[in-house]
Design a protein around this ligand. Structure first.
Ligand SMILES: Nc1nc2c(ncn2[C@@H]2O[C@H](COP(=O)(O)OP(=O)(O)OP(=O)(O)O)[C@@H](O)[C@H]2O)c(=O)[nH]1
Ligand SMILES: [Mg+2]
Length: 225
């Protein structure tokens, strides 16, 4: 069979399969939705709030299919990846709605599956069974975004950049203890575990100070935890 005909036949077969799958209710497409933004951008609050509104019939004026009543059922389902923890939606909502506290900064990736039953906007598709869409929403620590530029740096470049930044502006004040220790270390002398530990602790304290500083220093390298 010539290739064009083969592909036409394949397309027709796939279309037929889709149609019959759809008719028998087997089609359950899945969307994976990553919510991205720097640390403290509001990802965790946004996901908790969106899911809470979807599950409880909240006002979502720009979500046309919900507003027009085409979405008939919305529920949480077990998220499909065993290797990824579940987004602790219930804990976040309890903290936000009952305890009135904001979530802690996210420490690890997590995922939540929400499944919607809907009626298609197209009259033709409405002839078949209702549509069903699963959305896997992924939350992760915004801090990870700042690690991406590290891929392009070797350790020496990273160290030089970090030391240079620590000498400038507000950071100079917060980094002073680490800088004093670092300058006192005899680089040519024998390696000393005690020195290494003290330097690591001072560097961590500097990063933590940047993080909690009200002047909000957001572009931190890894190591604050
Ligand atoms: N007023 C108001 N403040 C918000 C809202 N969403 C987030 N915030 C504030 O922004 C902070 C960060 O929100 P999170 O949702 O934890 O931010 P995140 O993007 O998940 O941050 P990481 O987990 O560190 O990546 C909260 O602690 C609140 O102070 C909102 O809808 N309204
Ligand atoms: Mg978060």
């Amino acid at each position: 069979m010539p290739p064009i005909l083969t592909s036409l036949t394949d397309d027709a077969r796939i279309a037929f399969d889709n149609l019959s799958d759809r008719a028998s209710g087997f089609v359950n497409p899945t969307l994976r939705l990553g919510v991205t933004g720097l640390s403290r951008a509001g990802k965790t609050v946004f996901i908790s709030s969106l899911v809470h509104n979807l599950l409880n019939g909240g006002r979502l004026p720009v979500f046309e299919s919900v507003r027009s009543g085409r979405v008939s059922k919305i529920r949480l389902e077990p998220q499909p990846d065993d290797a990824v923890p579940r987004f602790q939606y219930e804990d976040h909502v309890t903290a936000l709605v009952r305890d009135r506290i904001w979530p802690d900064s996210t420490r690890a990736i997590s995922q939540l599956r929400i499944t919607l039953d809907y009626e298609s906007a197209s009259g033709w598709n409405r002839l078949f069974s209702p549509g069903r869409l699963s959305i896997d929403i992924v939350d992760y620590p915004g801090e990870w975004l700042l690690d991406l530029p590290l891929l392009a740096q070797d350790f020496r470049t990273f160290s030089n950049n970090t030391a240079e930044r620590a000498r400038r502006g507000v950071r100079a004040e917060l980094a002073s203890e680490w800088m004093v220790l670092a300058q006192a270390v005899k680089i040519e002398g024998p390696a000393d575990e005690g020195d290494a530990r003290r330097l690591a602790e001072a560097f961590t304290a500097y990063l933590k100070a940047c993080k909690s500083d009200e002047r909000s220093l957001s572009t931190l390298p890894p190591g604050a935890s």
